[in-house]
Design a protein around this ligand. Structure first.
Ligand code: PYC
Length: 326
């Protein structure tokens, strides 16, 4: 196979934003992911199409804040679709805002009707409820607080204490000291959370089974007094989440429920640094915490991406993908 044949020459995408955070849903990308579970298809994509991932979401077709969502065939026959997620540097286990964007995209395409649907993701089956319009609710995979009172010595900051939690991705949730979270401090907050992320990596602090903690979440008082908290979430590739982060909010409500600070079914209004809002709650099902998050997404565009074999910016990406097959 030549490098020119290995990638599709075009890919159709729908773009949307969920409370300000963009999602690019691939709706027709002719590559053979080999079937099986969505986890297996996602692993093959990671192994053999990592260059294509980068070409879809990064410059010049996208930007480092874009999250990609690939629609694929689910192994579970009860699921309406399979879905895996990626960003500027790699794959994501799950993505709450991306799921909301994917649901309104599937609805627009006539591939998902209003009502309840199951979707298969690499971390498990989730349930979404689409009532029409912009709003989508999602029942996430079981989420949990993994470790409390983890102390880090962060250069230029000192001791930072936080918790490690899972909400489909792994999070370090900073509890002290308190930081002011506001739009005009984004550069400072990015530096701070990136420093924390590097300390976690250097000290080998991980989630369960050695999982990398690749999201860092700060909390502070909300700008709108009707909300419960404002967050700043740094994503794995150093971009911050414009939305309140679906998986981060899941880890947060699971932590609050575990600590008795939130009752089952009680609403937690999570504001983002840019003023986006998710409403979340958590339920106990068979001893596991299931977060439910509601947010809104709007379509922003529909495009056909071109991957011209002569494009010099694609050469090394395409060659690396082809080499991964040898
Ligand atoms: O909404 O779960 C989320 C998310 C993860 C990374 C960016 N957004």
């Amino acid at each position: 196979m030549s490098t020119a044949d290995y990638w599709p020459s075009t890919i159709q995408v729908f773009d949307s934003h969920t409370e300000g955070e963009p999602t690019r849903v691939v709706v027709s990308g002719e590559i053979d992911l080999g079937g099986g579970s969505v986890k297996e298809q996602c692993q093959r994509f990671r192994q053999h199409w990592d260059g294509l991932r980068s070409a879809i979401v990064n410059e010049p077709r996208g930007s480092d804040i874009l999250v990609g969502a690939w629609i694929c065939k689910p192994a579970n026959p009860d699921c309406t679709a399979g879905l895996f997620f990626f960003n500027n540097v790699g794959m994501l286990g799950m993505c709450g805002h991306g799921t909301i964007g994917a649901v309104i995209t599937l609805a627009r395409l006539g591939r998902l009707e209003t009502g309840k649907h199951l979707l298969e993701t690499p971390v498990g089956v989730i349930e979404v409820h689409y009532a029409g319009g912009a709003e989508v609710s999602l029942r996430n995979v079981p989420s949990y607080l993994y470790q409390s009172d983890v102390e880090l010595n962060v250069p230029e900051v000192g001791t930072v204490k936080g918790s490690i939690g899972f909400g489909g991705n792994w999070f370090f949730m900073v509890e002290s000291p308190a930081f002011t979270i506001s739009r005009d401090r984004i550069e400072e907050l990015t530096d701070l959370t990136w420093n924390i992320r590097q300390v976690l990596d250097r000290q080998g602090i991980t989630g369960k089974d050695g999982a990398m903690i690749d999201h860092v979440e700060l909390y502070g008082p909300p700008a709108d007094p009707r909300n419960d908290a404002c967050n700043f979430v740094l994503c794995p590739g150093k971009a911050y989440d414009r939305s309140p982060c679906g998986t981060g909010t899941s880890a947060k409500v699971a932590t609050l429920l575990t600590r008795g600070k939130l009752k089952p079914g009680q609403i937690w209004r999570q504001e983002s640094v840019t003023g986006g809002l998710f409403e979340a709650s958590a339920e106990m099902v068979d001893g596991k915490i299931i977060p439910i998050t509601t947010g809104r997404a709007w379509l922003t565009g529909e495009s056909l991406l071109y991957f011209d074999p002569q494009d010099p910016l694609l050469k090394h990406l395409r060659e690396a993908d082809l080499a991964s097959r040898m």
